[in-house]
Write a protein that binds this ligand. Sequence first.
Ligand code: EPS
Length: 358
Amino acid sequence: MAGSTWGTIFRIMTWGESHGKGVGVTIDGCPAGLPLCEEDIQRYLDRRKPGQSRYTTARQESDQVEILSGVFEGKTTGTPIAMMVRNTDQRSKDYSAIQDIYRPGHADYGFDQKYGFRDYRGGGRSSARETTARVAAGAVACKLLETYGVAVTAYTVSIGPVSVSRERFDLAERDNNRLNMPDAQAAQEAAAYLEELMAEQDSAGGVVECRVQGLPAGIGEPVFDKLDACLAKAVMSIGAVKGFEIGDGFAAARSRGSENNDAFYTDGDGTVKKRTNHAGGILGGISDGSEIVLRAAFKPTPSIARTQQTVNRNGENVEIAIHGRHDPVVVPRAVVVVEAMTALTVLDLFLTAKNARV
Ligand code: EPS
């Protein structure tokens, strides 16, 4: 299956299926000398792992990472860094009953049409479990970005109809609630909303926002590899993402030029600043030195227990009710996945930009 690599200089290849032996990633292009240990990766994986609350899948995986290569005496060696996480709590029998049925909202039908058969156990490679490998690679990218003074931070901004209030916004609150919302009141309201949906055997979607701080101006290539174009591809490659915005995004379409332009100014200290950031930190596909702001819209989890109409492999109309362990909402666990894909993309273009001038 092609399409499992990302990046040009800092390049990753992910592998593994939800019900196979494990999932993993190889990073090629990480510079030598970066201090790195399994705990650096584990901190990120723990934010994504399943079984964390009643609002996530009940599958119990510790998602313990093993670094197999590329690190010696606590530092990267410049050779490929291979990392793996073993699967331990597969329950493939949950999928036997639906192996010949196309789950609405899932990749099943497309995979069958493309390959003629599929690994139906847990959705194989189309499972959200695939994102484990992205997060492991993203943790390394974040550590390397830190050495350049760049920080990537994501959080949940909405679940269903409940949005965080910009007045109550408190990033420290993000890690105090299971929905990863930087607003305690919104988290409570969203939890109540999820309880209602769960009682109705239904699921919710939501929006993750991500900010990149400390990125200098000049990152991103002018035509096809624009910073925003690459971020869009990276973030939209995360399963369940259906929408993507930079800065004001779709709202900019309703704005006027006089409102949407961010005025430049200088304090006379030699740096160029902007009074506003409607552009989300990117102009002409190149970072402008202000904060990068992006948002990803996630659809509601397609695996729901209530009865749905569908079709089987024999082309017959059938009914399906999906049981087993599923997230009533994927958004809280996806926060760190958005961080990972953003970090991998920004880092790769940051390293590319180093060769822009003699
Ligand atoms: C998923 C379905 C469930 C989730 C899984 C994502 O798989 P299973 O039926 O095997 O428990 O648990 O999430 C993870 C295992 C994970 O690590 O994210 C799906 O359909 O995407």
